[in-house]
Design a protein around this ligand. Structure first.
Ligand code: NAP
Length: 328
């Protein structure tokens, strides 16, 4: 029997063809909502699910009685009900590693663009307002030699810190669930409590996954601890930050500026003041969005779902327990 896959994110022909060689693929190239009746009907026969960006609620799984594996085209898996999947023995696969360096580049892009006011000043030139040499009101702030505070020190966090320490001579502090002795050695990074990091860092960069524990990890209290000169960067997930508290901290000058790739609501609501603030650089969740990296992520997802549906261990598995349940 040919197994069936539901793919609900746009895929390149090269990736779609690989899936079609082995499986029957129900392809939803431009899915608007998981309430789509055709999508729900296809789920009814699906053994595999491939995609990203939609919340897959536990209720949706009830429409997929044959589901064996899910491959998200992302490293973060906060859109998936991990416990419910594991209980049913459904493998959940993600795409770590292949996007680490690109996302770390985005983190540093936001650090640089915010500190040096690159977007604001480029807009000034575009508007034709560069009529005299630029003076102090438009000066930025240095990045090199400053203190970088990493909240979360995993793959991407280490990538940002490496850029800061080795490329820009920054002192690195980190707050993380577990110590990272190899990185401490490599980057002279120092582990400290979150509160201490927030009060010492010139740049605070968030790279933790979104979990129950990290939801609103950074809020009013945390912004209150930061220096008035601090620049805050979030390349993790919007909900890790209490956005109302961030807006207040930016408006009142409690912190200096913010570089943001992710938001509590995406796409960003037209009512949000964030993109209109001069001290904010806002990107539309493009941490991993380069041609090379998005291709590598799609390929990883195709490899993961193929291995999983052929009864082999996927390359990157989130829920080990579901796999253990399948092996004697
Ligand atoms: P990772 O290697 O798992 O790193 C996450 C780090 O956060 C780990 O070091 C982990 O500690 C730490 N951590 C977890 N909970 C924590 C807590 N409560 N307090 C302090 N530290 C905590 O993951 P990654 O590959 O670097 O990716 C990180 C996240 O970035 C993803 O989950 C995703 O949400 C986000 N992301 C965003 C984009 C984008 O487009 N903007 C792109 C890719 C990824 P341990 O080492 O002790 O487990």
């Amino acid at each position: 029997m040919t197994k069936r896959i539901v793919a609900y994110t746009r895929l390149k022909p090269i990736h779609l063809d690989q899936l079609r060689q082995r499986f029957h693929v129900d392809y939803f190239e431009a899915l608007k909502s998981t309430d789509d009746p055709d999508f729900r009907q296809a789920l009814g026969q699906a053994h595999g699910l491939v995609g990203s960006s939609f919340v897959i609620a536990p209720e949706l799984l009830e429409h997929a009685p044959q589901l064996e594996a899910v491959a998200t085209i992302s490293v973060g898996y906060d859109n998936y009900p991990v416990e419910a999947l594991t209980r049913r023995g459904i493998l959940l696969c993600n795409t770590p590693d292949v996007l680490t360096e690109t996302t770390a580049d985005t983190g540093f892009l936001l650090i640089m663009a915010t500190a040096r006011r690159a977007i604001e000043l480029a807009e000034l030139v575009k508007r034709g307002d560069w009529t005299a040499s630029i003076g102090e009101p438009h000066f930025g702030t240095d990045v090199h030699g400053k203190t970088l505070g990493m909240v979360g020190f995993g793959r991407i966090g280490a990538g940002v810190a490496r850029r800061g320490a080795l490329g820009f001579g920054m002192r690195v502090l980190y707050a993380c669930s577990s110590p990272k002795p190899a990185l401490e050695q490599e980057l002279s990074a120092v582990r400290c409590e979150l509160n201490e990091l927030l009060s010492q860092a010139d740049f605070v960069c968030v790279t933790v996954p979104l979990t129950a524990e990290t939801t609103h990890l950074i809020g009013r209290h945390e912004f209150g601890l930061m220096k008035p000169s601090a620049i805050f960067v979030n390349i993790a997930r919007g909900k890790v930050v209490d956005e109302a508290a961030l807006i207040a901290a930016l408006e009142t000058g409690e912190i200096h500026a913010a570089g943001l790739d992710v938001f509590e609501q995406e796409p960003l609501s037209p009512e949000s003041p964030l993109p209109h603030m001069a001290n904010v650089v806002a990107l539309p969740h493009v941490g991993s969005a380069t041609h090379e990296t998005r291709d590598a992520m799609a390929q990883r997802a195709v490899d993961n779902i193929t291995l999983a549906l052929e009864g082999k261990r996927p390359l990157s598995l989130v829920n080990e327990a579901a796999w253990r349940g399948k092996t004697p």
